[in-house]
Design a binder for this molecule. Structure first.
Ligand SMILES: NC(=O)c1ccc[n+]([C@@H]2O[C@H](COP(=O)([O-])OP(=O)(O)OC[C@H]3O[C@@H](n4cnc5c(N)ncnc54)[C@H](O)[C@@H]3O)[C@@H](O)[C@H]2O)c1
Length: 241
């Protein structure tokens, strides 16, 4: 399968280029705004993996939709407006969109949902995430997915608290809060804490190498080839949903 990698000069992009051949994929375009990289993908490209910047996503996925080729979105921080273009494209092509492509985090999503169901609203849910100092958006897409899994487990809405400061008052019952830490070279740590009166449960995932995400995203692109148009998640790719 001939593929294009968007954001090829970046941390994830470099890892994707490195791992593609062993996943049986041929990289025909390394697309990036950085000097020395391709600005477009050539005719004959059969799929796209995008780990660039969310602002780059709408024109690129619209082009993929015109060409009828599958698209894997790794980029996070996608705005509601940008998501409309993604949703429109997904009417014409298979799109896989996930805030995290690692096997471990996708298993964690299922564990968090189960824990939220069993423990119930008596247990306060606090989510922390830590990433390297270069990360440009917050909270991480993974932290948001974990919060949504916790909310789904409780049958609650997707309304979350982002950090705290000042005269916050007492913690409201049922609140799900997310806290973003930044520093050093941390690839990606996430903890979901369930804090009860008598005990705490903490579910933690620590990514040690970006290869965990890159390998999953490449697998998602091979999986998407030939699928009917629509938006899929990594849970679909791994048959975890
Ligand atoms: N879903 C996941 O599993 C997962 C894992 C890691 C990172 N991410 C996300 O992937 C994205 C990239 O992360 P990173 O750490 O590699 O960032 P990075 O800053 O190292 O790389 C991004 C690259 O995109 C390029 N770029 C920016 N605008 C562009 C445009 N308009 N067209 C083409 N290229 C453009 C930049 O020049 C840069 O080389 C972020 O949104 C990050 O949150 C997702």
């Amino acid at each position: 399968m001939k593929i294009a990698i968007l954001g090829a000069a970046g941390r994830m992009g470099r890892k994707l280029c490195e791992l593609a051949p062993e996943a049986g994929l041929e990289v025909v375009a390394r697309v990036d705004v950085a000097e020395g990289f391709d600005k477009e993908w050539p005719a004959g490209t059969e799929g796209v993996v995008d780990f660039s910047h969310h602002s780059a996503l709408p024109p690129a996925i619209a082009k993929a939709a015109e060409q009828g080729i599958p698209y894997v979105i790794g980029t996070t921080g996608v705005t509601a407006e940008e998501q409309k273009t993604v949703d429109a494209a997904a009417k014409r092509i298979p799109v896989v969109q996930s805030g995290n492509y690692s096997l471990g985090v996708n298993l964690l999503l299922a564990l968090v949902k189960r824990a939220a169901t069993v423990l119930g609203p008596e247990y306060d849910i606090e989510i922390t995430e830590m990433h390297h100092r270069h990360k440009k958006d917050a909270p991480s897409g993974t932290a948001l997915m974990l919060a949504k899994s916790a909310a789904a487990g409780r049958g609650a809405s997707n309304e979350f608290t982002y950090g705290r400061f000042g005269d916050t008052g007492e913690r409201p019952r049922g609140e799900i809060a997310i806290h973003a830490l930044r520093g050093g070279s941390v690839v990606g740590d996430h903890t979901v804490m369930f804090a009860g009166e008598l005990e705490r449960v903490e579910l933690t995932h620590k990514a040690q190498d970006r290869a965990a995400f890159a390998a999953g995203a490449l697998k998602a692109l091979s999986w998407a080839k030939g699928k009917t148009p629509g938006i899929y998640t990594m849970q679909d790719v791994l048959a975890l949903s």
